[in-house]
Design a protein around this ligand. Sequence first.
Ligand code: SAJ
Length: 426
Amino acid sequence: MNFDTIAVVGLGYIGLPTAAVFASRKKTVIGIDVNADTVNLINRGEVHIVEPDLDMLVHAAVSGGYLRATCKAEPADAFLIAVPTPFKDGHEPDLSFIESASKSIAPVLKVGDLVVLESTSPVGTTEQMAQWLAEARPDLSFPQTAGEASDIRIAHCPERVLPGHVLRELVHNDRVIGGMTPLCSATAIELYSTFVEGECVVTNERTAEMCKLTENSFRDLNIAFANELSIICDKQGIDVWELIGLANRHPRVNILQPGPGVGGHCIAVDPWFIVSQAPKESRLIRTAREVNESKPTWVVEKVRSLALQLSETEGKPVGALRIGCLGLSFKADIDDLRESPALAITLEISKVFPGQVLAVEPHIDSQPESLKRHDIPLVSLEDASQADIILLLVDHKEWKGMSLQLRNDQRFLDTRGVVRKPPEQN
Ligand code: SAJ
């Protein structure tokens, strides 16, 4: 099958790089997004998200005439849906973006088209999407009723790329291809073969949905283990990073790193999709989420007790202490502040110590609104290093290996294990 024209619905962190990579393979790509500002920006060859090399790729794709963005769906040979799947109150998945994306493309579908759901989704969402499409287009047949003979082919191929490495991982990662029928899978493989150099592994759509949720839940559980260890080690007077480094020398142990909590739009969300569908059975997955969600509160408590100690030993009034927070983004070396435990902790600390908090974030230029509202200035690392309590929240490369010369009346809390203390001599 020839995919002359490919439509990508949702031009965000996944959709835009995917559209640009198809365009770089000289496919005609139509990017569809509900946000007119995003559409206009892309049509000028610019980007609204920070991802290495994406700006160059999009600029080349648009100026070469291969990529064009629009708010209204147009006919294509394949449609990729890459819209957000957040959760609602009570951690219930919110499929409304997938529903409206499906309804927006339904009028332009024609016999032989392929529709791929890339958004991370609870089990059963691909079948639900197929149902929405079938209801909107009773004149076409779909795999859930017509099987291999269907007019429209449908598959779930979850995205699995790591922010910060999206363009490399899009090409090199293996893809899980969950077609609703073997023909749907084969058609989806043909589409992805345009640029994927990893292996395309076939399964059904429900297993593909669960596979993506499993990958992110596995990481969440492993980080929860590290976070729980960090709290235990703090109580026991053990350096958790040294401990994990030692344990990981065992050939079958591979523990991830503790931190101030788990952020981002994926790992902190996706495990809830499993829990919401199997609440009684998902005890471990739920507990891991709870452990990771409670870590920011532990960090705030730790700062509070350091402040009390400092005021007792150095005689400084608690209300006069300055707290310098290093890093605001949800993980290292990016500018993304959404769902960031570092930002949440900084704001929470400023509620306990109003007007006493300073923040450093080398990846952003202007003070975010939330910091303005809490009266938290954005300062240099040098200025923050003069604070009474220095709190390291993100392991940015800017301060890896940094050696802090602390005064006697300063305290340092490193939630990422970036600044190592020399091992104590026995
Ligand atoms: N984190 C730790 N300790 C670690 C690793 C991460 O505390 O050892 C924290 C990070 O600081 C961050 C959060 O976890 O706050 C998530 O960061 P991440 O780098 O683990 O993952 P994401 O959210 O950027 O991307 C994940 C990836 N999934 C897996 O690695 C299994 C990516 O491949 C997925 O495509 C992405 O979710 C997604 O879109 O689902």
